[in-house]
Design a protein around this ligand. Structure first.
Ligand code: SF4
Ligand code: SF4
Length: 343
């Protein structure tokens, strides 16, 4: 189970949008991605946006850069609450556009701009991300550097997954609750909230912006004044975090043990048996000839022969690394595979 399988499984355009678009799975949307998606949605129903607050690696990286900014004592600009509030709507708009255009085109429209995809391919090096995820990488870097001046900018303004979980979290009953009678109005809760929620002025934090991170509860100096209340019980921040991780990774582990988890197809027959149309345009530079053989049913040896590649070509190498030294383009592989499929 690689990071790509986990994180890319969450990317809206790689899972549920495509399912919405043509009511089937594409070759890169396997049970693992759907399980991760359903697990995240289930988590949102129980603990609201606890995924954003406790699991999301992009959120964690933004927190890390925010801490770095504070350590360096970089001055944080004061921001206008009205402008901030208006900008937060962008992520909902983005979610709408992604759903709409994916539905209309059946294409993964968000992919080149997706910092998650860029993050998941960091290990592939600059060559890989500059070729396929350059804009996503620019957004990722901007979000991380921006975190040094404003907390969680990507979560606040741009994350479509956060927007989706925020909408779903409205259906859940759990939330942060403040006891007005014991509150000292010290505003420590407001100061630590990473998304600038004015907890001190609320009796219940109902907003979909809340990440269920528990920071405000941990910072409150008066016991039992600020609590995370799930139906029928109060949950401490520690238990909230532990339960979030247990639910999420428990689902992953349970489905793996049950043999339901699958991040790759077993065979071409299995893919086409799902009514999936194979499209050579989906071939990416990070795939190897063996990956292409497994997914498209084109024998690696046959591709090497058709493309006139050296006989000792490494079939496990990313195809971009095979083609680049030969001053050839990955598109040639797409064309060859497309011709093979059409035969
Ligand atoms: S930190 Fe606690 S006591 Fe202080 S304002 Fe918030 S809820 Fe009230
Ligand atoms: S600090 Fe409190 S109000 Fe702010 S996101 Fe975390 S749990 Fe929600």
């Amino acid at each position: 189970m690689g990071a790509y399988d986990i994180y890319y499984g969450f990317a809206p355009e790689n899972g549920w949008c495509k399912v919405v678009a043509d009511r089937t799975f594409i070759q890169r949307t396997f049970p693992s991605a759907i399980i991760l998606l359903l697990g995240t949605v289930a988590l949102a129903l129980v603990f609201r946006r606890a995924f954003c607050g406790w699991i999301c690696p992009l959120g964690a990286m933004q927190e890390l850069f925010a801490t770095l900014g504070r350590r360096l004592r970089w001055r944080r600009p004061t921001h206008d609450n009205k402008i901030d509030g208006s900008l937060r709507w962008m992520k909902y708009l983005l979610l709408f556009f992604i759903l709409f255009f994916t539905y209309r085109t059946g294409e993964l429209v968000f992919s080149p701009y997706d910092p998650w995809a860029s993050y998941a391919h960091l290990a592939g090096g600059w060559g890989e991300i500059s070729e396929e995820f350059l804009i996503g990488t620019i957004i990722l870097v901007a979000a991380l550097l921006g975190s040094m001046f404003i907390d969680r900018p990507f979560c606040r303004y741009l994350c479509p997954l956060g927007a989706l979980l925020g909408v779903i979290s409205k259906l859940g009953a759990a939330r942060v609750v403040r006891n007005e009678e014991t509150c000292r109005h010290c505003q420590r809760c407001d100061q630590v909230c990473p998304v600038d929620i004015k907890v001190e002025s609320m009796v219940q934090v109902r907003t979909s912006e809340c990440l269920s991170c528990g920071e405000c509860i941990a910072a409150c100096p008066v016991p039992q004044t600020l609590e995370f209340r799930a139906p029928r019980r109060v949950v401490s921040p520690l238990v909230l975090g532990a339960a979030t991780l247990a639910i999420f990774f428990g689902i992953v582990l349970a489905t793996q043990c049950a043999g339901v988890w699958k991040a790759r197809p077993d065979s071409l027959t299995e893919i086409t048996g799902q009514g999936v149309t194979l499209d050579a345009a989906n071939i990416r530079g990070f795939m190897s000839l063996n990956d292409i053989e497994r997914t498209y049913g084109v024998p690696a040896g046959e591709l090497i022969r058709r493309l006139g590649l050296p006989g000792d070509t490494d079939q496990t190498k990313p195809v971009k690394d095979v083609m680049k030294p030969l001053e050839r383009d990955v598109q040639e592989i797409r064309d060859a595979v497309a011709m093979f499929i059409e035969q």
